[in-house]
Ligand binder design. Structure first.
Ligand SMILES: *[C@@H]1O[C@H](CO)[C@@H](O)[C@H](O)[C@H]1NC(C)=O
Ligand SMILES: *[C@@H]1O[C@H](CO)[C@@H](O)[C@H](O)[C@H]1NC(C)=O
Ligand SMILES: *[C@@H]1O[C@H](CO)[C@@H](O)[C@H](O)[C@H]1NC(C)=O
Ligand SMILES: *[C@@H]1O[C@H](CO)[C@@H](O)[C@H](O)[C@H]1NC(C)=O
Ligand SMILES: *[C@@H]1O[C@H](CO)[C@@H](O)[C@H](O)[C@H]1NC(C)=O
Ligand SMILES: *[C@@H]1O[C@H](CO)[C@@H](O)[C@H](O)[C@H]1NC(C)=O
Ligand SMILES: *[C@@H]1O[C@H](CO)[C@@H](O)[C@H](O)[C@H]1NC(C)=O
Length: 467
C-alpha cells in the first residue's frame, strides 16, 4: 500500500514537494551548458518567458519569434576570443541576465544602450585582460557585475562609476597589479561608496612581484598612506617607494618596507617630516651639515637605514647618547668632512645595538694624531665587520705628511705617536706642575698648623682673626 502510494506520487506529481524536485532538476540542466553547437530553451514562468543556453555560438533560428521572451541567456564555448554584444543586443531586447562561461574570451567589446533591461552580467571565469571605461557605461539597469576569475590587472574607478544602477561587483580571482589605478578601493568620499560595491574586495589578491600574493586592500592602504605622507613639497621633493611588505612580528598584519629618496635635491638640512613607515632614507649628495633631527625629530625614531654620503657633515657629536644609535641598521657617512668622532660613544652604542649591520666611514679627512688615532684604529678594527669600507678609512690628505691618505687600519702607531725630539714643557704640563706644588703647599701648611697648635696652643693666624 505504502509503496504504491510512493510510486503514484513519483509518476503523477501532484504535491508541491515533487514539483520542487523537478524544478530543481531543471535548474541544474539550465545552468550547465548544452552539448556542442546547440541551443536549449527553458520556460521560466507562466508568461512563457525563456531562459536560453547555447554552446559554440548562437544557432538560434528556432528563437525567431520568441526573442522578446528571452530573459536569461547563457553562452558557453564562445567561438571567438572577443565577444561583441552587438550580436545579441538587437535580438534580445528584453534580456535580464547574460552569462558567458567556459570560453576563452579575452576581450569584451562595448555594450550598447539597446540592452535596456540587462540587470545581471556574469562574465566570470573567462580570460578578460582589460575592460575600458565605456564597456558597461550604457547599461542603465545593470545591478550585478561578476568579473571574477579573469586576467584583469587594473581597473579604473570609472569602469564601475559609469553604470548608474550598479550595486554589486565581484572582482576576486584576478591577478591585480596593485598599482595606483586601484587606489580608489581605499579612497574616502565619493569613491568609498564605489569601493563598497565590490562585495568581495577582501578577497582580492595582488599579483605584483613586489607584493606577491598579498591582499589588495592593506597594500593599497599602505601605498596611499605613503603617498600622502611623502615629503614631495619643495625643497625636499622626495620620492617614496614601497619596496616590499613583510609580516609583522605578530604574524598577522603586514609591515611596509620603504625607501624615501631625497638624494641630490640641494637640501641643506634633513627633511622635517618623513612618512611614518620610513625604513630607508637616502639623502646623498646634498649640503647637509647637521644630524640633530636623528636625535630630536620623532619622525626619525624608527628609520633604520640612513645614507648621508656626499654631504657637509663635520661632526657626529650630536648623535652621542641618541636612542637612534641603539636601533639603526645602516649609517653611511662616506665622503663627508669628518675629522674625528667620539669613539667611546660609538663603541658604547654599537655594543648595545642589535640591528647594526653597516657603517660607512670612508673618504673623510680623518685626523691622524697620537690623541685620536690609536683609539679610532682600535675601534674600526674591532668593528671591521660593520665598517664595510674600512679600506677607504684613511688619514686626511696633508701635503708633506708621510701619513697622508694612509689606511688607518694599517697605520703604525710609532708614526703618529713619535717621541718628541727635544723635551719641551707644554703649557698644560706647566699648569699641572703648578697645581701639584700648590697642593703640597696647602697640605704642608695644614700639618704645620696642627703641629704648632698641639705644641703651643696657638691658633693659626687666619683662624684667630676670624669672627
Ligand atoms: C571574431 O570577432 C571579430 C570582431 O568581432 C571578427 O572580426 C572576427 O571575424 C571573429 N572571428 C571569428 C572566427 O568569428
Ligand atoms: C538574474 O538576475 C536577477 C537580478 O540581478 C537575479 O536576481 C537572478 O538571480 C538572476 N538569475 C540567474 C539565473 O542568475
Ligand atoms: C556567475 O557564474 C558562475 C558560473 O559560471 C557562478 O559560479 C557564479 O556564482 C555566477 N555569479 C553570480 C553573481 O551569480
Ligand atoms: C607593482 O606595484 C608598484 C607600486 O604600486 C607599481 O609601480 C608597479 O608597476 C607594479 N608592478 C607590476 C609588474 O605591476
Ligand atoms: C576617486 O578615485 C580616482 C582615481 O583613483 C581619483 O582620480 C578621484 O579623485 C577620486 N575621487 C574622490 C572623490 O576621491
Ligand atoms: C622634483 O623631483 C623630480 C624628480 O626627482 C624632478 O623631475 C622635479 O623637477 C623636481 N621638482 C622640483 C620643484 O624640484
Ligand atoms: C634617488 O634619486 C636620485 C635623483 O633623482 C636618483 O639618481 C637615484 O637613482 C635614486 N635612487 C634610488 C635608489 O632610487
Amino acid at each position: 500500500m505504502k509503496i504504491l502510494d510512493l510510486m503514484e506520487t513519483l509518476l503523477f506529481p501532484k504535491n508541491i514537494r515533487c514539483w520542487i524536485l523537478i524544478l530543481g532538476w531543471t535548474v541544474v540542466i539550465v545552468t550547465s551548458c548544452p552539448p556542442d553547437t546547440k541551443c536549449k530553451r527553458y520556460i521560466l514562468d507562466a508568461s512563457k518567458n525563456l531562459r536560453v543556453a547555447c554552446s559554440g555560438g548562437l544557432h538560434g533560428k528556432f528563437l525567431t519569434g520568441v526573442r522578446r521572451q528571452v530573459r536569461e541567456l547563457t553562452l558557453c564555448h564562445w567561438p571567438n576570443s572577443s565577444f561583441d554584444p552587438q550580436i545579441i543586443q538587437f535580438r534580445f531586447p528584453e534580456l535580464r541576465n547574460l552569462t558567458l562561461r567556459d570560453s576563452d574570451v579575452s576581450q569584451l567589446k562595448e555594450f550598447g544602450g539597446e540592452l535596456k533591461e540587462l540587470q545581471e552580467l556574469n562574465v566570470s571565469g573567462l580570460r578578460l585582460d582589460s575592460v575600458v571605461d565605456s564597456t558597461f557605461s550604457r547599461l542603465k539597469k545593470l545591478r550585478v557585475l561578476d568579473l571574477r576569475g579573469n586576467n584583469l590587472k587594473q581597473l579604473g574607478h570609472s569602469v564601475l562609476a559609469s553604470p548608474p544602477a550598479l550595486r554589486e561587483v565581484f572582482l576576486s580571482g584576478n591577478p591585480w597589479d596593485c598599482s595606483n589605478d586601484l587606489m580608489w578601493l581605499v579612497d574616502e568620499g565619493r569613491n568609498e561608496s564605489m569601493a563598497r560595491r565590490v562585495v568581495d574586495r577582501d578577497k582580492m589578491i595582488c599579483n605584483n612581484e613586489t607584493y606577491p600574493k598579498k591582499p589588495v586592500l592593506p597594500i593599497m592602504g599602505m601605498l596611499k598612506t605613503l603617498q600622502a605622507e611623502c615629503p614631495t613639497v619643495p625643497p625636499a621633493n622626495c620620492t617614496c617607494h614601497m619596496d616590499y611588505v613583510a609580516p609583522d612580528p605578530d604574524g598577522v598584519t603586514l609591515r611596509p618596507v620603504t625607501t624615501i629618496n631625497c638624494s641630490y635635491r640641494g637640501l641643506v638640512s634633513l627633511p622635517e617630516r618623513l612618512p611614518s613607515v620610513t625604513t630607508t632614507l637616502l639623502v646623498k649628495g646634498n649640503q647637509i651639515s647637521s644630524l640633530k633631527p636623528l636625535v630630536s625629530n620623532p619622525h626619525y625614531r624608527d628609520v633604520l637605514d640612513v645614507f648621508l654620503d656626499d654631504n657637509q657633515i663635520h661632526s657626529i657629536e650630536s648623535l652621542e647618547g641618541a636612542d637612534w644609535l641603539l636601533n639603526f641598521r645602516v649609517l653611511s657617512l662616506r665622503n663627508n668632512q669628518l675629522t674625528q668622532v667620539l669613539t667611546y660613544a660609538l663603541d658604547n652604542a654599537l655594543q648595545r645595538n642589535r640591528n647594526a649591520a653597516i657603517v660607512y666611514l670612508g673618504n673623510n679627512p680623518w685626523i691622524c694624531d697620537c690623541l685620536f688615532t690609536p683609539t679610532f684604529q682600535d675601534f674600526i678594527i674591532k668593528y671591521r665587520k660593520l665598517v664595510k669600507d674600512i679600506d677607504d678609512v684613511r688619514c686626511a690628505s696633508v701635503h708633506g705628511d708621510e701619513n697622508s691618505l694612509t689606511q688607518i687600519q694599517a697605520l703604525s702607531r710609532s708614526t703618529v705617536c713619535r717621541e718628541p725630539s727635544e723635551y719641551l714643557i707644554q703649557p698644560l704640563d706647566l699648569l699641572n706642575g703648578i697645581l701639584a706644588s700648590l697642593i703640597v703647599l696647602v697640605v704642608g701648611k695644614l700639618i704645620y698648623d696642627y703641629w704648632s697648635f698641639k705644641k703651643t696652643g696657638k691658633l693659626p693666624w687666619l683662624v684667630a682673626k676670624m669672627p
